[in-house]
Design a protein around this ligand. Structure first.
Ligand SMILES: Nc1ncnc2c1ncn2[C@@H]1O[C@H](COP(=O)(O)OP(=O)(O)O)[C@@H](O)[C@H]1O
Ligand SMILES: [Mg+2]
Length: 226
């Protein structure tokens, strides 16, 4: 089943002399359960692509469909709901709320959405994240790897159609990076969680099912691993 369709998408920043074509006619599709790495040098358009898919930005050309529905063909209100329920975003620097503890950070998207917390799912998630004994800890009381695991929990609490990770291991050492990768691979395997992971680390990219390479806003290759 097709989860994501990116059709001739372009994004241009600035005008005239300062114009930058961050993405230029990018097209690809992703099936449910695929784990795709997006790689490319700094400035190649990786973050721009992820933001467009996540409904955070807006393309200057082309269309994006998530679960068959056009992302930017929605009202502002519908867009906010799409961002909350359909995508989970993970960033390099965690972006946790400092005054909220682990459970409060993870369940924040549900509470913002006025939804009940499924306690069984929350406990299962905390267990998978290795945070069952850290529920009441604040972000500053956690290691970098633990903080990133909280942000993964927050991204997964809605069981999103797409998990979008922008350099999720970029701030972590090798051991913690691999732990985060094992976690993403686990949720991908067990829950068929469709995952797009931006990275410039080849060893991370090689663990995905597929690698899309970007150069200057273009896809230069799109290949299955192994
Ligand atoms: N808000 C912005 N305003 C102007 N230019 C931008 C903006 N965001 C990104 N760019 C430019 O677009 C290109 C792609 O950026 P980005 O998607 O962040 O690349 P990557 O994530 O691969 O490093 C770069 O040349 C960058 O300078
Ligand atoms: Mg980037």
């Amino acid at each position: 089943m097709e989860i994501l369709r990116v059709e001739h998408v372009s994004r241009i920043y600035g005008k005239g002399e300062t114009e930058v074509r961050a993405l230029d006619d990018v097209s690809f599709t992703v099936e449910k359960g695929e784990m795709t790495a997006v790689v490319g040098r700094s400035g190649s358009g990786k973050s721009t692509l992820l933001h467009l898919i996540g409904g955070v930005d807006r393309p200057d050309g082309g269309k994006i469909f998530v679960e068959g529905q056009e992302v930017y063909h929605r009202s502002q209100k519908e867009m906010a709901i799409f961002r909350r329920r359909k995508v989970g975003l993970i960033y390099q620097f965690y972006n946790l709320i400092p005054v909220l503890n682990v459970v409060e950070n993870i369940t924040l998207p549900l509470r913002l959405d006025g939804q009940k917390i499924n306690q069984d799912y929350l406990e299962r998630l905390l267990d998978i994240l290795g945070l069952s004994d850290r529920k009441k800890h604040l972000p500053k009381q956690l290691s970098g790897g633990q903080q990133q695991r909280v942000s993964i929990g927050r991204a997964l609490i809605h069981a999103p159609a797409l998990l979008l990770a922008d350099e999720p291991t970029g701030n972590l050492d090798k051991k913690n990076s691999q732990e985060i990768m094992e976690l993403l691979k686990y949720t991908n395997r067990e829950w068929k969680q469709t995952t797009l992971i931006v990275t410039h680390d080849e060893s991370i990219a090689l663990q995905a099912d597929r690698i899309i390479r970007l150069e200057d806003g273009h896809i230069v290759s799109d290949e299955k691993n192994r």
